[in-house]
Structures are given as C-alpha cells and as structure tokens.
Design a protein around this ligand. Structure first.
Ligand SMILES: Cc1ncc(COP(=O)(O)O)c(C=O)c1O
Length: 401
C-alpha cells in the first residue's frame, strides 16, 4: 500500500506494542507481571466519575467550543496558578484530547521542514516521532544515569543551531524519572530567550515528585510567557488516562492556531470528559497525595530490589512512576555475563515476557539501548513477584553461560 512519506517517517509507539503483547498473554490467562503501562493503577476518584454521570444526565453530550468549554479553561488556569504559580487567562488555554494531542498540535503549528527540535535523551517515545511527522529533525542531547539523568542548560546550548526552533523538557521525565531543578530550568529558559527558541514544558507528571523535589512549572518564572508552551494533562495526576483530556497554556496567538488545527481535525475533546476534568480541577485533590505516598513506597522497593540483582544498576527516579535500570551487563555485549541469552534490551524484554511472564519496555524506544523501563504503577505485591522473576531469569541466564 502506498502511504505518505510523513506516515512512513514514524513508527508505532513501542509502549503500545508492549501493552498489546502483554494483553495477548493476559487474555490467555497467563499470570503476567505487567510493568508495561504508563498509567496509574488507581481508579479515577469517585467525585470525578460522578461529575461525568451528571454531565450525561444534564445532556452535556453535544459539541462544545473547539478549544474546550470556558469554565474548564478558566479552571485549568486557576488550578495551574494555585498549584504551580503561573498566570494565564482562558484565552491562553486550549483543552485537547490528552497531553499527547496538545504536544502534537503545538508542534504541528510551530515546527516544519528544515527546523530542529532539541529533545534530551532518554526521551518519551512520542517526542521524536511527533517532530518527525511535522517534517522537522529531532536533535538529542544525552543525559546520564550517574547524574540522575539531569539535563543541563550548557549541554542544550551546545546543540543549538540556527535551525533550532524548540526545546522540549519533560520534568519529571518518562522514562527516567529525572527532575530538572528550578535553577537549571531557569537557565534553560534564559538560553531559549537568548536564541529565540520555544521552550515546551511537559508537566504531565508535575505532581508526582519525591522529596526533596516539589512540583514546579517554568511558567511560574516572571517573563516566561512569551516563548513557553506548557503541556499538562489530567491523565496521571487524577488517574484519568482513558478520559483523554490534556491542555496547553501558551501565548494567545499560538492557542488560536492550535484551535484552528483542532477545528479541522478532532473538534472538541469529549464533552463528558471535559465536565469530569472540570471537577478534577476544582474539586478536592485528596487522592493525589495518597497516590504519591503509595508510589513513594513502591519506588523504594523497586529501586532497592533492582539494585540487589547482580549486574543491574538503577538511578534513583526523582519523580513519575518509572524505574529505568541499566541491564547492559546482562546483554551479549555486556561485560558481566559473557553468554547472556539476549543480544539487546529489545530481545531481553521479549524473553522476559515469553519465559518469565514479566512485561516491561525495552530502552531502545526511549533512545537508551541497554536499559529497560519498569512502570511501578502496580501493587507492591506484584512488584515483589516481578522482582523475583527478573532476578531468577537473569541468574538462570548467567548459569546457562
Ligand atoms: C511524558 C509524557 N507526556 C505526555 C503524555 C501524554 O499523556 P496523555 O495523552 O494521556 O495526557 C505521557 C503519557 O504517557 C507522557 O508520559
């Protein structure tokens, strides 16, 4: 079949491939430990679900304004101001079909062939492909496990060229859990202003940060508005991945352009979900610290458990709900195990799924061969079981050598 160049430039999201493979095992009744999905295992809070039911009962089930209902845009601005110290008005806010859609639309209206977009690596799988789909070139700047996968302004500035149009910073990061401290973020903003580059801040995990970190938005810095695009989402913060509501906060002209694109593509995000998101933004947030405390317990266990496996190293994630261990010593080219069964982390992930019934995402998709991503948005009991299986699998591989 003849498809367009632009669709051939991108690949199917590797995380969705793992989720599909894991589902096949589950549907066969296999007892799978699923470290794959990047979504909270908690249910959407009741008060939010009830707001959606009310929306249906009150017939809020029709088209809405393309960029989202005004009360929701106002609520997002008020929430962001209260929680993260920004200062936006409804005209500078658009509601999208998830944070991913907000990123896709913002990149689509700002970036084109000949442009470069700087993305720290390891990166969330969709950033480079969204950039490629827009016709531009992703430029990666490496971060390192020994450094907690910290991205520094100086390293980013080295990658800036006359073609650089945007820098994307995702803090806390999927997949590494790396958090950019406020002072470093301000330096990144300063370099973007100096070079007249857009700074996209993906804040989808803003409220899942561990001591000593605090939720932070670059939009809280005075004078940041001009060249900053904030991407947010209710998916993770409120355990609402399936509702598909995200947003962008950006200069009005950019919001208008994104609204134009949305008007010719998805139209408004689902009306019922918008009313649910309105409740999330205005109602009690008790569920958030409860989830965070549980993620913190799980993080401790998974990081300690991974570090206890010979040949596995794991940086401490500062936020989000992913561990990103280095398993290179267990691969064919690694130093510790000369006869490892897997040649790369892609193959290791496949073997772990097939033989140990553990699903995780290989690092290749995140630009980090030799690593795997483990989502700890699953119960402590499943984490224990998964750790046992991974340790047993890797020690068997060693014994086979
Ligand atoms: C870094 C990052 N940004 C954005 C998103 C998009 O989330 P959603 O489209 O569900 O709002 C995700 C989801 O996994 C993510 O990990």
């Amino acid at each position: 079949m003849q498809l367009t160049d632009r669709i051939n430039r991108i690949q199917i999201s590797p995380t969705s491939t793992v989720i599909a493979a894991a589902d096949t095992y589950k549907s066969r009744g296999v007892d799978l430990v699923d470290f794959g999905p990047g979504e909270p295992d908690f249910p959407t809070p009741d008060h939010i679900k009830k707001a959606a039911i009310r929306a249906i009962e009150q017939n809020n089930t029709k088209y809405t304004a393309t960029g989202g209902i005004l009360p929701l845009r106002e609520a997002i601005c008020a929430w962001h101001k209260r929680e993260l110290g920004s200062n936006y008005t409804a005209k500078e806010c658009i509601v999208n079909v998830g944070g991913k859609h907000a990123i896709f639309n913002a990149v689509s209206v700002l970036v084109q062939a000949g442009d470069e977009v700087i993305i720290p690596a390891p990166y969330w799988v969709s950033f480079p492909d969204i950039v490629k789909y827009a016709g531009a070139k992703p430029v990666h700047v490496e971060t390192h496990a020994e450094d907690g996968f910290m991205i520094r302004a100086a390293a980013l500035e080295n990658a800036v060229t006359a073609k650089t149009r945007m820098i994307i910073i995702n803090s806390p990061s999927n997949p590494t859990g790396g958090v950019v401290p406020p002072d470093e973020f301000e330096k990144i903003l300063a370099l973007c202003r100096k070079h007249k580059i857009w700074l996209m801040g993906d804040e989808c995990y803003s409220h899942f940060v561990y001591e000593p970190h605090r939720p932070f938005s670059i939009a809280s810095v005075a004078g940041s508005k001009e060249n900053v695009i904030i991407i947010g989402s209710v998916s993770k913060t409120f355990a609402m991945t399936g509702w598909r509501i995200g947003y962008a906060l950006a200069p009005e002209a950019l919001v208008q352009a994104m609204t134009k694109l949305q008007s010719q593509s998805t139209s408004n995000p689902t009306s019922i979900s918008q009313y649910a998101a309105l409740e999330a933004m205005t109602g009690p947030m008790d569920s958030v610290p409860v989830m965070l405390a549980e993620y913190a317990r799980r993080r401790r266990r998974i990081v300690d458990g991974l570090r206890a496996i010979p040949g596995v190293t794991c940086a401490e994630p500062g936020g989000a709900f992913y561990a990103f261990p280095n398993v290179a010593a267990h691969l064919a080219n690694g130093s510790a195990v000369s006869h490892a069964r897997a040649k790369d982390s892609m193959e290791l992930a496949r073997l772990l799924l097939e033989q140990a019934h553990v699903a995780l995402v290989p690092g290749e998709g995140f630009g980090a061969p030799g690593y795997v991503r483990i989502s700890y948005a699953t119960s402590l009991e499943r984490i224990e079981e998964g750790l046992r299986r991974i340790a047993r699998f890797l020690s068997r591989a060693e014994a086979a050598s």
